[in-house]
Design a protein around this ligand. Structure first.
Ligand code: MLT
Ligand code: ZN
Length: 460
């Protein structure tokens, strides 16, 4: 799509100095997110400062029928912020203020461009806690987290982004500004538009202000890292922990491919050649967590761990989590390309899905690295490949998704459908639910200007 030239001065007037990026070299970073192999150039990037400016842009888009693609930090993994049909990228770099931290009510009001880790740190300095914790928390934005309903490392105990969003200011594709939810912990007034927008991948409305729920900061946090000779034994240990009486706030499983990749990426041997790793963490009163972490250590030993290490202090905890958060970039040290999925199964089925994925990998002669939030059943299966292996890899993806659906799981736990999984959505939700979703899209975005080409296949 090429935007009519006459629109650029109109946008420049609407957005003020520094509000429009048009130089081709400066547009380049907005062509992609973290989805491997996907890029598309926008015609322009606009940087609004207010909801009124966003509304003006969307009214122009409605009038002139050009695509508008909202974008946070571009850390998404399903193509959500890639302008696949050109048009405008609406970037929230200039809407990045924490507007208020309401300590008595334990709430925060923020703009969408705030970095998630910055909010976590700010509320922690006041004894409060924002639990959602995507692996990319130091880079991703709260607006992007809302678009994808990001999950992350602490979902097993605390849930995902949608569980902390109390209200939103949203600009509809046709330019109206609405408010959803309220500054309350309960609200059943009408349809739950907040939940409809969260996870809608920037296709139904543009979020311009967010009211978030906070919790008290837990008094203490204890972390352990356990090593196993193989992934199946480690997966069984995960099941034992997940079905036990202690609810950890994180329970991560990492296979040997991911361990080797991070060890070479960070240039350190932390595993002595182990075949799998579990990282688990508990939080709460210090009197409770020290006993709980010892119990989890014992469960790991009984399940066959070859070594169990309890972090002694914050530095050791940070080192363990740095190792975990490095997996995604580190995988590129194994092969030049990857297909990264984020399947999720009922937690007790983790050993079964791991075994299935291993069978599928063997059958197709592929290297499939598995890691992720096993405590909540969400496993990142990364098919590592050379370009020549892609046809086999695509078959493997279909087989993995079929296995997940047989186990009553979902093809996406936290990365979203975007463009990369659009071909498979019907398989999971069925034709009628897909039709209902499309009717919602049409009702709110009758001209299909907001993030077109996402979630639904163009031909559908
Ligand atoms: C993670 O858990 O590390 C992220 O979801 C990213 C990834 O899947 O690579
Ligand atoms: Zn993840």
């Amino acid at each position: 799509m090429t935007l009519p030239a006459a629109l650029r001065p109109l946008l420049e007037t609407t957005l003020g100095p520094g509000g429009v990026i048009a130089v081709p070299a400066a547009l380049e970073p907005y062509e992609r997110d973290e989805t491997p192999g996907l890029a598309a150039a926008p015609d322009l990037v606009v940087l609004p400062r207010t909801a009124a400016e966003v509304a003006a842009v969307l009214r122009l888009a409605t009038e002139h029928r050009f695509p508008v693609v909202p974008r946070g930090a571009g850390t998404g993994m399903s193509g959500g912020s890639v302008p696949v049909r050109g048009g405008l990228v609406l970037s929230f770099e200039r809407m990045n203020r924490i507007l208020e931290i309401d300590e008595p009510n334990r709430m925060a009001v923020v703009e969408p461009g705030v970095i998630t880790g910055d909010l976590q740190a700010e509320v922690a300095s006041r004894g409060l806690f924002y639990p959602p914790d995507p692996a990319s928390h130091q880079f991703c934005t709260l607006g992007g987290n809302i678009a994808e309903c990001a999950g992350g490392l602490r979902a097993v105990k605390y849930g995902v982004t949608r569980d902390y969003v109390l209200g939103l200011e949203v600009v509809l594709p046709t330019g109206e500004i609405i408010e959803t939810g309220s500054r309350t912990l309960k609200n059943v007034a009408g349809y739950d538009l907040t939940r409809l927008i969260v996870g809608s991948e920037g296709t139904l409305g543009v979020v311009t202000r967010i009211i978030l729920r906070l919790l008290p900061q837990p008094e203490s946090v204890r972390t352990l890292q356990a090593l196993f000779s193989d992934i199946r034994t480690a997966a069984r240990a995960v099941s034992r922990i997940a079905s036990g009486r202690i609810l950890p706030r994180a329970l991560e499983l990492i296979d040997s491919g991911a361990i080797r990749a991070v060890e070479s990426f960070l240039k350190q041997d932390v595993s002595g050649g182990a075949g799998a790793m579990i990282i688990t963490e508990v939080d709460g009163p210090a009197t409770a967590t020290s006993g709980e972490i010892e119990t989890l250590a014992e469960v790991c030993r009984e399940a066959g761990a070859v070594s169990v290490k309890l972090a002694r202090d914050k530095d050791e905890q940070d080192r363990i989590w740095k190792f975990r958060r490095s997996i995604s970039p580190a995988l590129y040290t194994i092969k030049p390309r990857k297909i990264n999925e984020d399947i999720v199964v009922p937690p007790a089925r983790v050993p079964d899905i791991i075994a299935e994925v291993q069978e599928i990998a063997k059958r197709h002669g592929l290297l499939i690295v598995c890691f992720g939030h096993a405590g909540d059943g969400n496993i990142h299966t990364n098919i590592m490949l050379e370009e020549s292996e892609r046809p086999r890899a695509e078959l493997a993806v279909q087989e993995i998704f079929a296995a997940v659906l047989r186990m009553q799981g979902s093809i996406s736990g936290e990365h979203g459908i975007g463009t990369s999984k659009a071909a498979y959505l019907r398989l999971e939700v069925g034709a009628q639910a897909l039709e209902a979703m499309k009717r919602i899209k049409l009702a709110l975005d009758p001209n299909n200007i907001l993030n077109p080409g996402k979630i639904f296949l163009s031909a559908e």
